[in-house]
Design a protein. Structure first.
Ligand SMILES: *[C@@H]1O[C@H](CO)[C@@H](O)[C@H](O)[C@H]1NC(C)=O
Ligand SMILES: *[C@@H]1O[C@H](CO)[C@@H](O)[C@H](O)[C@H]1NC(C)=O
Ligand SMILES: *[C@@H]1O[C@H](CO)[C@@H](O)[C@H](O)[C@H]1NC(C)=O
Ligand SMILES: *[C@@H]1O[C@H](CO)[C@@H](O)[C@H](O)[C@H]1NC(C)=O
Ligand SMILES: *[C@@H]1O[C@H](CO)[C@@H](O)[C@H](O)[C@H]1NC(C)=O
Ligand SMILES: *[C@@H]1O[C@H](CO)[C@@H](O)[C@H](O)[C@H]1NC(C)=O
Ligand SMILES: *[C@@H]1O[C@H](CO)[C@@H](O)[C@H](O)[C@H]1NC(C)=O
Ligand SMILES: *[C@@H]1O[C@H](CO)[C@@H](O)[C@H](O)[C@H]1NC(C)=O
Ligand SMILES: *[C@@H]1O[C@H](CO)[C@@H](O)[C@H](O)[C@H]1NC(C)=O
Ligand SMILES: *[C@@H]1O[C@H](CO)[C@@H](O)[C@H](O)[C@H]1NC(C)=O
Length: 495
């Protein structure tokens, strides 16, 4: 869940120098570049209108050099064998279901592969099966039907007690799986498109009575591999592994508009263990990644942590929320998370831990290493008053524990507030370490390393100068100054 974005003045500060090397010298002046961008914009708009207006959009489809499907399972099916038509209009739910049914009988023989050829394959939600590979050719796009009456309702997640947005049941996901083993979703960068626009609009107009469905949700499963594909425009959270073990997500592009695509988180590992997320590009309308483990009393009762999670080599963007988040639902606990080699660009916040009294649980043993900030409002955030509760039944005395949180090699530029760690009397933040940090600032020099109720240390020199709450050590690890003011507060939300 997000706060309302104020009008950001930093919204147009794209990190141009990253792309400069491929901008031809023709665009040497800003003016020509601007003109070219306008032309590109109107051309895209024109194409988009063509595409939305008539089925004639197929005209505009690129011709894809037919690349053969690699054989990843002993038996492979072509989606068209089950009567599917990739015209963007025919509803192919029955074809997907028959294909999955056929594959479900092959488990003992090493499973089956479903090849989705180039085309637009409209479908209502369907379930996957174990020992299955879903392979999306280049130019293959699975399109989610956006009429909610085709979306089955499912019981609330046990660790949430209710739908995230409404009480009672919730819509299932477009591509769904429960109690599975050995599932792969891959391809030559084919796309799963949730066509979320209709859902976002209905959500904003308060026309929905149930929580929106994710794009891909895999529950109570293990050995899941998702790679070499694109996920876009999810109605709600994009990829939601729930209470799963051994999940790898690699080389996936996740896209949604950066504004007005509410709650389109990229990847939400939820009560999951042994997970790797690497080599991905994520730019969405909410957190790019949010590690969770259930909500208040329901999450405490379910009691399944998220742990042993490695996140690396990503480029992420979130104008509304944060690049990499933990929480706010973390009541089952979150531990042993490493986030490394991540670039967060043109975003509201970079890395955020969010929680509140009532959550219980813990966030501990978290390491951020080699994270680069580029044009952000706030870099590092810990927020302990994210007071959004499932119902009145939460225990306000259930205070989460936040400890052993390391920030190593944090660099960047164009950041207004590099650090805002707002612990509280009930939820102090303990054992925080900063080492090797230099972040260029945009706004003012004072009160930009903000702390309250934080205990921890700074090793070596960091820029900007750390808050007085932290102990100072030299590079060799000798104590220079012990802080006597861990609990003073210098939090200022005004900038
Ligand atoms: C799948 O079926 C379509 C339509 O029949 C055909 O064009 C395509 O070549 C088939 N692909 C494979 C790999 O068999
Ligand atoms: C998928 O399976 C779950 C669990 O059996 C079921 O509740 C749900 O309705 C199924 N979804 C579809 C689209 O068939
Ligand atoms: C990523 O996936 C694309 C296809 O989607 C593939 O061409 C590329 O080689 C993959 N890269 C890596 C590093 O896996
Ligand atoms: C995959 O497709 C997406 C969306 O079109 C694109 O942004 C991305 O660069 C592609 N990835 C690769 C590895 O080609
Ligand atoms: C929501 O509930 C109202 C009142 O029961 C009903 O009129 C409306 O059709 C429902 N909307 C949806 C999308 O189910
Ligand atoms: C994890 O899942 C992958 C498939 O995605 C599998 O190859 C691997 O053996 C699994 N690892 C363990 C420890 O089970
Ligand atoms: C994904 O891309 C990587 C790198 O190109 C490749 O090694 C891997 O085989 C690809 N996976 C599939 C299923 O093509
Ligand atoms: C922490 O997670 C990593 C994977 O990121 C794993 O290799 C390591 O064993 C875990 N450590 C503990 C103490 O479980
Ligand atoms: C730090 O991360 C960036 C990507 O953001 C990567 O290019 C660079 O190689 C990493 N540096 C180290 C020392 O791993
Ligand atoms: C700071 O507050 C915490 C509890 O919120 C307390 O345990 C600790 O002793 C306080 N530290 C100081 C130096 O007052």
């Amino acid at each position: 869940m997000v706060e309302t974005a104020t009008t950001p003045t930093w919204r147009n500060q794209l990190p141009l120098h990253h792309h400069r090397r491929w901008i031809p010298t023709f665009f040497s002046t800003q003016k020509t570049l601007l003109a070219a961008l306008w032309i590109a914009f109107f051309f895209t708009l024109f194409m988009w209108q063509q595409r939305s207006a008539t089925p004639g959009f197929l005209f505009f489809r690129r011709n894809f050099v037919a690349r053969s499907f690699p054989k990843l399972r002993p038996v492979a099916f072509n989606l068209t064998d089950f009567g599917a038509v990739g015209d963007g209009v025919t509803v192919n739910t029955a074809a997907f279901e028959s294909a999955v049914m056929a594959i479900s009988k092959l488990g003992k023989k090493g499973g089956g592969q479903l090849n989705v050829p180039p085309g637009y394959w409209l479908t209502a939600p369907f379930n996957l099966t174990s020992h299955m590979t879903l392979f999306l050719a280049e130019g293959a796009e699975i399109l989610g039907l956006n009429d909610e009456k085709y979306w089955p309702l499912m019981p609330p997640l046990p660790s949430y007690g209710k739908g995230r947005e409404h009480p009672g049941p919730r819509y299932g996901s477009l591509i769904h799986g429960q109690n599975l083993k050995d599932v792969e979703i891959t391809g030559h960068n084919g796309t799963i498109n949730g066509q979320g626009q209709t859902w976002w609009k209905k959500y904003r107009q308060k026309l929905l009575n149930h929580t929106r469905g994710p794009l891909v949700q895999i529950m109570w499963s293990s050995d899941i591999l998702i790679h070499n594909i694109t996920l876009r425009d999810s109605p709600f959270w994009t990829l939601h592994p729930y209470d799963c073990k051994n999940v790898t997500i690699r080389n996936v592009t996740i896209l949604a508009p950066v504004f007005e695509a509410p709650n389109t988180d990229g990847i939400d590992p939820d009560s999951c263990e042994d997970m790797v997320i690497e080599d991905c590009y994520i730019s969405v309308g909410d957190d790019a990644i949010a590690i969770k483990s259930g909500w208040d009393q329901y999450g405490i009762a379910y009691g399944r942590p998220s742990k042993n999670i490695l996140i690396r080599n990503l480029v992420v963007r979130s104008m509304v929320s944060a690049g990499i988040s933990i929480g706010s639902e973390m009541s089952g606990g979150v531990s042993n998370v490493t986030v490394e080699n991540v670039l967060v660009w043109s975003s509201r916040r970079a890395v955020r831990i969010k929680t509140a009294p009532g959550r219980g649980g813990y966030v501990r043993d978290i390491t951020y290493r080699n994270v680069t900030f580029e044009n952000l409002r706030v870099g590092i955030v810990i927020k302990t008053d994210y007071n959004e509760h499932p119902d009145e039944g939460f225990d306000p005395k259930a205070a989460p524990i936040l400890e052993n949180i390391n920030y190593f090699s944090i660099h960047g530029e164009g950041v207004r507030v590099p650090v805002r760690i707002a612990g509280s009397e009930e939820i102090p933040v303990r054992k925080v370490t900063f080492r090797d940090m230099s972040v260029g600032i945009t706004y003012k020099k004072k009160h930009i390393f903000q702390c309250a109720y934080v205990e921890g240390r700074v090793i070596g020199t960091v820029f900007p100068a750390p808050c007085e709450n932290l102990d100072l050590y030299d590079e060799q690890g000798n104590l220079i100054r012990k802080s006597t003011s861990q609990n003073v507060s210098d939090i200022d939300y005004d900038f």
